[in-house]
Design a protein around this ligand. Sequence first.
Ligand code: ADP
Length: 308
Amino acid sequence: MNEIKIFTPATIANVSCGFDVLGMALDTIGDEMLIRKVPEKGVKITKIIGQNLPLETHKNVAGVSALALLAQIDCEFGFEIEIDKRIKPGSGIGSSAASSAGVVWAINELLGKPFNSSDLVRFAMEGERLATGVAHADNVAPALFGGFTLVRSYEPLDIISLPTPKDLYATILHPQIEIKTADAREILKTTVSLKKAIKQWGNVGGLISGLYEEDYDLIGRSLEDFIIEPIRSILIPAFDTVKQQSINSGALGGGISGSGPSIFALSKGEETALKVADGMRSVYEKIDIDYEIHVSKINKKGIRILKY
Ligand code: ADP
């Protein structure tokens, strides 16, 4: 096998109450990448379509993640990367993570899988470090593992794959404004009151239990963030109205996707998820900001091969 074409998914990090630890993969939104073995050693990005992103290996998260992997083995050849970038950078649905995770997954396939998923997360985190200044794993883990993931610990890295209830759908509204992850981190407080922490870990436990039990009502009750959302939502136009309208339209709950500006809602069944999309649209139709809306099942598999 000399080249591989993959689909690498968009992801929703944090999932409301799980800042920096929870994430989930989407099924219908993602990038395509082509990775090819070449005789020259090293990593070269030869083509990017869809978005204006750096081709220089050290400036692109795909290049940096690939180099992190190659630093761990003695490889007699190199790799060329082509990216069809469909997830807009800065959207909050893991644009950088899709590239970081996708490239290391594909190279691992081309090498005959010398690395396990946790190794791949570690390499892809180096791409995230380039994009945001922090080597977080809450987007790259679900892209690589599929479904929902929990980063139980960063040191040592301990990622838990969680079950995905079969009728769970996400609706995402992406206002076409840019919020840099680094800026969205800057405004956060560094301390949390015990009162809020108690509510928050109750919800994280509730959400995880809801996923295991396929208890959609429990999932809905647990989708509440007392710590990050009250601060970050100020950056997102009409956030509270969109969230309330989603719930009125039948969503279980929702919140900010990653560091925003995208807003997500989870629903039981596609029909409800589409109604939620209509509800979100009705709010943004009245605002002078362009937007996109996506509806997707939760992706249980993560990255997948399109062509060898
Ligand atoms: P998102 O949450 O959508 O991933 P981020 O703000 O975390 O958005 O990351 C986007 C940043 O990463 C942008 O500054 C972008 O220029 C940079 N970047 C570098 N390489 C890539 C890539 N291959 N895909 C997406 N973003 C990239």
